[in-house]
Design a protein around this ligand. Structure first.
Ligand code: B12
Length: 229
């Protein structure tokens, strides 16, 4: 028909979606504003190990189905430079989405984490932040603190609480590009009895003084309140 447009679907019929999850433990700034970075690390981060294993478990159990490929990368800003631009370039929606998770962010790391979050948001990525500073301030104060609100306004999602029971659902939201501004899991305390043991990728260990030492968090336990009635 003259003048009519034909729209071809150039996507292969069974193209696989990919969700790349980049877990980053931010470092902190020194008094002059430089990022503190060491040649080698001493202890791998518990939080990175925990979230890495949870993600790997979802991947190996095909939580998102056969048509979704999950890729996990982890970085520790205190011992390696974060390849921000390379990570941004890996995001090619709608088929290849990259989610940046800034993990285990303590108050002393928050300014650095916030700067990384801003850079990734400028690059169009979905960004998520959790850890003691976010969880703690959201729990302790009746109103959202301005530094957290600023991130939310930029489109950064923040999480309050632990995610052993809920990480899969959160990643599903990321896959659908529908992350919520705030996830509140404080009342959804995980039962750790059947959860996978934290694990670190071999490549990450190479950056530590000893490549066969990790830490175990002995104080975490099942915090589920069982319904006796
Ligand atoms: C163990 C520990 C350490 C160990 C860490 C060992 C290791 N290999 O990781 C050591 C001794 C090294 C340490 C050092 C420090 N620590 Co410390 N540490 C702890 C402790 C007891 C447990 C943390 C932990 O490993 N939890 C286990 C992990 C799996 O849980 P998590 O981090 O909470 O993560 C879960 C959730 O928060 C959530 N989550 C976390 N991040 C993200 C991100 C996303 C995107 C999502 C979705 C979810 C999510 O999911 C996880 C799984 O459910 C906490 C107190 C506590 N009970 O939390 C203090 C604590 C975190 N430490 C604290 C402090 C101050 C420090 C130091 C600064 C002390 C110092 N002056 O040097 C240093 C900083 C080191 C650094 N920057 O890396 C404070 C932080 C306070 C604050 N306002 O931020 C805490 C809260 C203790 C306190 N009450 O004062 N620490």
């Amino acid at each position: 028909m003259p003048g009519a447009f034909v729209r071809y679907n150039l996507q292969p019929q069974h193209a696989r979606k990919r969700l790349k999850i980049v877990l980053i433990k931010p470092s902190k700034y020194d008094e002059e504003g430089y990022v503190i970075r060491h040649l080698l690390g001493v202890l791998p981060s518990n939080t990175l190990a925990c979230l890495y294993r949870l993600t790997e478990d979802l991947r190996s159990n095909q939580y998102f189905g056969k048509d979704v490929e999950i890729e996990t990368a982890l970085f520790d800003d205190s011992i390696q430079k974060i390849p921000v631009q390379r990570i941004i370039r890996s995001n090619r929606p709608p088929m290849r989405r990259t989610l940046v998770a800034l993990v285990g962010v303590q108050s002393n790391q928050f300014p650095r984490a916030a700067d990384l979050a801003r850079r990734f948001r400028r690059g169009g990525l979905q960004v998520f932040m959790g850890g003691f500073h976010v969880s703690g301030t959201l729990s302790l104060f009746s109103e959202i603190r301005p530094e957290i609100q600023e991130l939310i306004d930029l489109g950064v999602s923040v999480v309050k609480g632990e995610v052993e029971e809920t990480w899969g659902g959160v990643l599903q939201d990321a896959l659908n590009n529908r992350l919520k501004p705030i996830y509140d899991f404080l009342e959804n305390r995980p039962d750790l009895t059947d959860k996978p043991v934290p694990m670190i990728h071999r490549k990450y260990f190479k950056r530590f003084i000893t490549s066969n030492e990790g830490t175990i968090d002995c104080s975490r336990a099942s915090a589920v309140r069982r319904n006796s009635g």
